[in-house]
Design a binder for this molecule. Structure first.
Ligand code: 5GP
Ligand code: 5GP
Ligand code: 5GP
Length: 207
């Protein structure tokens, strides 16, 4: 039987480590609401296709509307802080994420549901605790394998690790990708992984 298509196959739920955003050549700016916690923050919830490609900017008629998520404001500031310069309160980052990615899953999640889903996933998946309980703490250097194993053991699914480089050129833990079903609520085994290289040993810088 044919099942109606949502226009995408799954989501990547992507979290960023603030220490690795900030210690790069480009540096960072703290949000106007203050320095974020030393914890992973949400980057985005991105609709994706099983072949690795993805839709973007799907609905120019659905602009980001802060009033629709006013009840989520304080959770957003805590869990989805912006680190881009110049400093801002985060609305620009959330607006970008909604318009580029969120509009592509609008048939399943309206704006409020989209942001609420991402916040719910962050609650459900405590990456810092997963790493820390395996002895992987900020300020150290670890094998890519040990980081992946710690997360796989804790959440039940293999993540993808994206690395970037600090200002001295060292490879470091930047973003962690997990896959989520089209309802935006449950983790699934990733149908396809992103690309990009890490070293076999990577830094986990402090923040
Ligand atoms: P970069 O080129 O820095 O890896 O990614 C730039 C942006 O492109 C990301 O922040 C995200 O918006 C989008 N992007 C990159 N890779 C993927 C992907 O595999 N799936 C989706 N849905 N978006 C991606
Ligand atoms: P992407 O298209 O890569 O999903 O979104 C990245 C865009 O969001 C860039 O324009 C970037 O400047 C902006 N941005 C604002 N705050 C942040 C942040 O904290 N992390 C990242 N990765 N991008 C941010
Ligand atoms: P394998 O599939 O044998 O684990 O890995 C194949 C290649 O992909 C190896 O070069 C390995 O270092 C790389 N790789 C495996 N997992 C990840 C990951 O989560 N992130 C990145 N950037 N590379 C990975």
């Amino acid at each position: 039987v044919l099942v109606a298509s949502q226009g995408f196959d799954f989501f990547y739920f992507v979290q960023q480590w603030p220490g690795s955003y900030c210690d790069t050549e480009q540096s960072c700016c703290y949000p106007t609401t203050g320095k974020p916690a030393a914890d992973f923050g949400i980057h985005g919830l991105w609709p994706n296709y099983n072949d690795g490609s993805y839709p973007s900017n799907c609905d120019p008629n659905s602009p980001f509307s802060p009033s629709e998520i006013s009840d989520l404001q304080s959770s957003m500031q805590r869990s989805w802080p912006t680190l881009a310069c110049p400093s801002s309160d985060g609305q620009q980052f959330w607006s970008h994420e909604w318009e580029k990615h969120g509009t592509c899953s609008e048939s399943v999640l309206d704006q409020h549901a989209y942001f609420e889903s991402a916040l719910g996933l962050k609650q459900k998946v405590n990456l810092l605790q997963a790493l820390t309980s395996s002895g992987i703490t900020p300020g150290g250097s670890y094998s890519l394998t040990s980081i992946k194993d710690a997360i796989t053991d804790a959440v039940g699914y293999t993540p993808w690790i994206e690395c970037n480089k600090d200002s001295s050129g060292n490879s470091q833990l930047y973003q962690i990708y997990l896959c989520v079903d089209t309802s935006g609520s449950d983790l699934i085994k990733c149908p396809v992984f992103p690309h990009g290289a890490c070293s076999s040993e990577i830094e986990f810088p402090s923040f």
